[in-house]
Design a protein around this ligand. Structure first.
Ligand SMILES: C[S@@+](CC[C@H](N)C(=O)[O-])C[C@H]1O[C@@H](n2cnc3c(N)ncnc32)[C@H](O)[C@@H]1O
Ligand SMILES: [Zn+2]
Length: 335
């Protein structure tokens, strides 16, 4: 942890200021120490360079273990990360230059590294142990910060960031809406917030107005059928997940091997949860779908309402394919 980060941090217990106790420092990086809440004196450790600003809540333990398993096995950054992030964030590379950005639920940090390369100062937050991977990059980068914390009690002062993005994360917390409400005030007035969530069929009248990617006109002409397919797919997935979220992680992971093999078979691959070309990536993505205990699904109407309720103007809504992917870019209103 770099001492410059302290001015952005707040305690997860009381949202109060924190006092920094340094035990071991190497260059500008504080490797061991503690952050102490000035309100209630609760101490949070800094170990292996990472401030651990979270309570050990039982409800989060499988989530933490599952994503730690997943991201420590993920192959690493890939060339397509940039294009994927640009599409999902609905922003351009130059929007990031000189900005202070929070990657809320960064995983192994593939998008933190992309945004950092575009000239942003990045604070990467996650619950899992995958942060150790990103910490290796942060040690030689004065503008990359790594924080372990819980998005339902994010350890940051309000109005701290020019931009916050959270892609594929909030639906994995025990309460998506509460996580959104905790995140939205961290953006400065006038700043940007980009969020995407897993989608669901929902009401047909909402599904029928979902924005589609260019080239997906076929879905547009058969909306009823598409809606039915999405609803059935969700039913099958929920039934499978009833078991796979309760199995030991190693067993669920082992079950993903045949699924990942099926993911390469033309036609049949759409029965799986990943059609990526790389076997290892498919394996991790199937596990990512089947193992985490919380996986909620939302509509663009729900997400839009949360943006408006939190004082944001909606700038863009993410177009997608057959399976809805509610994604919104919003700007926080000036107060
Ligand atoms: C599907 S991964 C997405 C990671 C990253 N955004 C990406 O696209 O590469 C979801 C991430 O959310 C994190 N997460 C889940 N619940 C969280 C919580 N309550 N607080 C912080 N992070 C959480 C997980 O540890 C995991 O790394
Ligand atoms: Zn406190």
């Amino acid at each position: 942890m770099k001492s410059s980060l302290l001015e952005r941090l707040a305690s997860p217990c009381c949202a109060g200021p924190l006092r920094l106790d340094i035990k071991m420092q190497r260059g500008s990086e504080i490797e061991e120490g503690a952050l102490v809440c000035a309100v209630c004196s609760r101490a949070y450790p800094i170990t292996a360079g990472i401030p651990r600003l979270r309570e050990n809540r039982e409800i989060l333990s499988r989530t933490q273990e599952s994503f730690s398993w997943e991201w420590t096995r993920y192959p690493g950054s890939r060339p397509e990360d940039r294009a994927v992030f640009l599409e999902e964030s609905q922003l351009s590379a130059r929007d990031f230059q000189g900005k202070l950005v929070l990657d809320a639920g960064c995983g192994m940090g593939r998008y933190s590294l992309v945004v950092r390369a575009w000239g942003a100062e990045v604070v990467a937050l996650d619950l899992s142990e995958s942060l150790d991977r990103l910490m290796q990059a942060a040690r030689s980068d004065p503008h990359l910060h790594v924080v372990q914390g819980d998005l339902l009690r994010p350890p940051f002062k309000k109005d701290s960031f020019d931009m916050v993005y959270s892609h594929g994360v909030l639906h994995h917390t025990p309460d998506t809406r509460q996580a959104f409400r905790a995140l939205a005030p961290l953006v400065k007035p006038g700043g940007l917030l980009s969020v995407w969530l897993y989608g669901k069929a929902g009401r047909f009248k909402d599904f029928a107005t979902n924005p589609l990617r260019p080239g997906r006109g076929g879905i547009g002409r058969h909306r009823r059928l598409a809606w039915l397919i999405v609803a059935i797919r969700q039913l099958i997935s929920d039934s499978l997940r009833f078991f796979t979220t309760r199995l030991p992680l190693a067993v669920t992971y082992a079950l993903c091997y045949p699924l990942a093999a099926l993911g390469a078979v033309p036609g049949l691959k759409y029965l799986t949860f990943s059609v990526e070309t790389d076997f290892k990536v498919r394996l991790i993505e199937d596990f990512d779908w089947l193992s985490p205990p919380f996986q909620f699904h939302h509509t663009k109407e729900e997400l839009s309402a949360w943006f408006v309720e939190a004082g944001y103007d909606i700038l863009k809504v993410l177009p997608h394919g057959l399976v809805p992917k509610p994604g919104i870019l919003g700007r926080r209103k000036q107060t």
